[in-house]
Design a protein. Structure first.
Length: 483
């Protein structure tokens, strides 16, 4: 598999896309006025403790206080009373694990973790862990031994543990030593900042998006990294020379006349990623509905009729859908609880193969996922770790016409609402006549299909009802005006 990273930089926004075999797979967006906070370390103050929720709110200097659970506090777990761990007014060093989403503040932890290319330094533990994605006992043991030797040989004193990241697989002694030295030096610097820091204040700012991408997404299959900003290219080049020198040959400055994200149709793909319906090559389609609590993905056969029988048609559609779902989860950055409604399959072996295909495509996902088996109703429940807003949440807002419902009342329904409202006004004010202001579709219906009903209402009240089109009104918007 060949993969390319395209980096588009403007004064107000940075967009990073990952393209695999010519197909857009992931999109990351960071706006200058609203940079992501995940990884930032703050010195804050506890402003409210909630015993009933085993949690507390911490003021870290943002618009909304951050939220921390007892299990995310050093020495605490889900059963430890939060009152024994924190009290109001207490100063607390915390790190952001989830960006503020919608009306919720940032999710925080007191168990700090500072990442580098191959390692994550955890100053409050002595544990050396290895990413679960690194297979093989021999390789895991080798990496643990390298970290232990590095700590000893570099004379790194003081408490602190490490986790070996997935990128560490195959790394040598020199790379591990460089990372441990870098992280320890960084932590000493942070310790000095913490001593004199005010409350609340930011003490460690995570790298900007384009540098985080080089640190976290550089892997052997990356064949090219295109950057359309000369200044950003030079910053990335210096960073890569120091921390990821093996990908230096893949860096390219892109000065081309064509916008960089027009390559491979990336802009069009990003637009399609905001749509509810996702067509499949077979003629079937997915319907994706995102709510605050969960996301549902419904699989439909659509125009696909297959060549053999119904069961085979359903199986092939579900198999293709499983692959498409894996891509859509990454592309749209959907997180939290996700319900997948596959078409019902009678064959148990077909269910197993679809489930296995879903697991296989999710192996490429950098976010942590967990999948249940296929239920009797053909549903698959899964979770995907959410650390930032989804693509839809970042790029869109609730429709002013439908208030985010996705539907509006029909013109017929609005006409009946108008009739009822006129009767209410008649009882309350007994006006001499009434003027209805409404959209073109509603006025047209009142003059056509519902003209007899309008005449009956006028006769019943003995009053005149005048109609006026307001071109700026949405279909479900109207006013009744008294003289």
């Amino acid at each position: 598999m060949k993969a390319e990273i395209l980096i588009n930089v403007t004064p107000t926004e940075t967009r990073v896309t990952v393209v695999e075999n010519g197909v857009l797979q992931e999109v990351f967006i960071e706006r200058e006025h609203l940079r992501g906070l995940v990884g930032n370390v703050y010195k804050g103050k506890v402003v409210r403790v909630l015993p009933g929720m085993q949690a507390a709110f911490v003021d870290i200097g943002l618009e909304r206080a951050g939220f921390i659970h007892a299990s995310d506090i050093i020495g605490g777990d889900a059963q430890t009373p939060i009152m024994s761990l924190l009290h109001e007014g207490q100063k607390l060093v915390v790190q952001v694990t989830k960006d503020p989403i919608s009306s919720k503040g940032a999710r925080l932890t007191n168990q700090l973790a500072i990442p580098s290319r191959y390692l994550v330094y955890m100053p409050d533990t002595d544990h050396v862990g290895v990413s679960q994605r690194i297979d093989g006992t021999e390789e895991r043991d080798r990496l643990r031994a390298l970290v232990a030797a590095s700590i000893k040989n570099e004379a790194l004193t003081g408490k602190g543990g490490f986790i070996l990241r997935t990128a560490a697989e195959g790394a040598g002694e020199e790379e591990i030593n460089a990372d441990t030295r870098y992280l320890k030096r960084l932590w000493v610097t942070l310790g000095e900042r913490l001593k004199g820091a005010k409350v609340p204040s930011l003490v460690y700012d995570e790298l900007p998006l384009f540098l985080r991408t080089m640190r976290d997404y550089s892997r052997p299959e990356i064949t090219r990294v295109l950057i359309d900003s000369k200044e950003t290219y030079q910053r990335i080049e210096k960073f890569v020379e120091q921390f990821v020198p093996e990908i230096l040959p893949q860096l390219e400055y892109y000065p081309g006349p064509r916008p960089i994200l027009d390559l491979y149709g990336v802009e069009d793909e990003m637009q399609r990623a905001l749509e509810r319906k996702v067509p499949l090559k077979s003629g079937g389609y997915l319907v994706i509905d995102q709510t605050e609590a969960m996301t549902t993905i419904d699989v439909n056969t659509g125009a696909f009729v297959g060549r053999r029988n119904l069961e085979e048609t359903i199986f092939k559609t579900n198999l293709e859908a499983a692959t498409a779902i894996g891509r859509q989860l990454r592309l749209r950055n959907l997180g939290g609880i996700i319900i997948l409604d596959f078409i019902d399959m009678m064959d148990v072996e077909h269910q197993r193969q679809v489930h296995r295909m879903l697991e296989k495509v999710l192996e490429k996902d950098h976010a942590k996922t967990k999948i249940s088996g296929v239920s009797d109703l053909g549903l698959v429940e899964m979770t995907r770790k959410r650390t930032r807003e989804s693509l839809g949440q970042m790029l869109t807002e609730a429709c002013a016409c439908c208030d985010g419902r996705g539907t509006v009342k029909t013109a017929e329904t609005i006409c009946y609402d108008i009739f009822r409202e006129i009767l209410r006004e008649e009882r309350a004010y007994d006006a001499s006549c009434y003027l209805v202001l409404a959209s073109t579709a509603v006025i047209d219906r009142l003059l056509d299909e519902d003209s007899s009903s309008l005449a009956d209402l006028e006769a019943f009240m003995g009053k005149t009802i005048k109609l006026q089109v307001e071109s700026n009104y949405t279909q479900d918007q109207y006013d009744i005006v008294l003289p």
